[in-house]
Design a protein around this ligand. Structure first.
Ligand code: LLP
Length: 421
């Protein structure tokens, strides 16, 4: 469910005509709906009503501070994977007590930042990281609350590039090593092992692999408790999928919550969840303008002003995004088949191959739907293209929440060494 709809033949975000945003801010531009973000946060939280549950929104999906602030106001915590994300979450007003710090490669500086802020939990991914965290905590006179991320060796079923829970993946500690690592953790003065963490991948539409991984994880919690570890939390990661196409049918949050209630039972555990995409994905679109038609012997390329540097998902994961015109096509509008490509000098700069859609003239505006998660956060300045702008809508208001840098601003970060001046 989202708030991007045609009104009087023009695509709107809530009550704002998207043409008005494109006129003022230019294209390409991301547009997010506050109402959709709030609704998704409420639906997820509502599904877990009655369970002791922390919804730690996964900042990596969309880390704009205004988006984080919108979600903070709904009571969300944050799952962060870098010092930068941690600082953004704090700046957005998310209390440290609702922040969990994930990721395989935390530096000492990042650990110290988390400890200074007093975050809820570090999700630790290796024995070496555990030792380092203990050292850093001790040097600060603190004890780090820790969950070890375990690798349950369960295939998530999504795109292989975003599966994280199989034995060959870099994520989590090998299943068989977990008991020994908890034993070691107990002896480390800077560590307090409070829980177990698992995350098996992203864009998972089917609950079965999640249930399998969570059942295994809860089995481990029980075993570790028997071994004398006082575990009070389980972090079950993110990963719930969203519909990208009309006929996609991912499991709804209610089924997911029901399954988690069944699996975690009455063990008195705080359940931590790290949803990203399910909150932000369908709350955002990217607007682009068509530039040229380029006929080739076997196809027509539709060249648009957005590139893979602005929206990486099709190039990285062959991901599908619905692409619709801002002007609603009439019933008798002809259709056409295009390869929709950007201006970047890479063959992977292709958003869609042989996509049948309403015929579009050069200079028309289009929306890449479902781009709110892993869209702007993955953007770059490749080909010296200014970082894509972002706009937040709330009702009939809109505001730029990340401005498009000028070329002067972009070049100001670069320096010419003495010997070249
Ligand atoms: N927790 C951890 C430890 C994660 O690694 C991730 C995502 C999440 C939570 C949030 O997962 P979500 O609820 O959003 O599925 N760029 C890819 C997705 C990469 C996901 C990385 N980790 C894409 O555009 O499909």
């Amino acid at each position: 469910m989202h708030h991007f709809n045609y009104k009087s033949g023009r695509l709107h975000c809530e009550d704002v005509d998207l043409h008005a945003i494109a006129d003022e801010v230019g294209t390409p531009v991301y547009v997010y709906s506050s109402a959709t973000l709030r609704r998704h946060a409420k639906v997820i939280q509502g599904a877990f009503d009655g369970q002791d549950c922390l919804i730690a929104y996964s900042v990596k999906a969309n880390g704009n501070i205004a988006v984080l602030k919108t979600l903070a106001a709904e009571g969300c915590g944050a799952d962060v994977v870098s010092g930068g994300e941690l600082l953004k979450a704090r700046k957005a007003g998310i209390p440290a007590s609702k922040i969990v710090f994930s990721g395989v490669g935390k530096t000492r500086e990042e650990m110290a930042l988390g400890l200074r802020e007093g975050i809820h939990q570090f999700n630790v991914e290796s024995g070496a990281e555990l030792l380092t965290l203990s050292e850093v905590a001790l040097s600060m006179g603190k004890v780090a609350p820790v969950a070890l991320r375990v690798n349950p060796d369960v295939a998530a079923g999504g795109h292989p590039n975003i599966s994280t829970g199989k034995a060959g993946d870099k994520f989590g500690v090998p299943w068989a090593d977990a008991p020994e690592l908890y034993h070691q953790a107990k002896a480390l003065p800077g560590i307090n092992a409070v829980g177990v963490d698992v995350h098996i991948g992203s864009q998972i539409g089917d609950i079965a692999p999640m249930r399998a991984a969570f059942e295994k994880t809860i089995g481990l919690v029980k075993f570790l408790r028997e071994q004398g570890h006082d575990l009070t939390r389980v972090d079950l990661g993110g990963g719930l999928g969203i519909p990208y196409k009309a006929d996609d049918n991912p499991a709804p949050p209610s089924d997911y919550a029901q399954m988690i209630a069944e699996v975690t039972g009455n063990l008195g555990l705080q359940v931590i969840l790290e949803p990203g995409r399910v909150i932000a994905g369908n709350a955002g679109i990217m607007i682009s303008e068509t530039l040229y038609h380029k006929p080739a012997p076997d196809r027509t390329f539709l060249i648009v002003d957005a590139g893979m540097n602005d929206l990486m998902r099709p190039a990285l994961y062959q991901a599908h995004h619905d692409i619709i015109p801002l002007n609603e096509p009439g019933a008798d509008h002809p259709s056409a088949t295009y390869d929709i490509v950007g201006p970047i000098c890479e063959s992977t700069d292709k958003f869609a191959a042989q996509r049948e859609m309403p015929e579009l003239a050069p200079g028309e505006r289009i929306a890449f739907m479902s781009s709110g998660a892993y869209g702007a956060v993955l953007s770059s300045q490749y080909n010296v293209r200014p970082l894509v702008a972002e706009v937040l809508v709330d009702g009939d208001k809109f505001a730029v929440i990340r401005k498009r840098p000028s070329f002067e601003e972009m070049m100001a970060l670069e320096q010419i060494p003495d010997w070249l001046t």
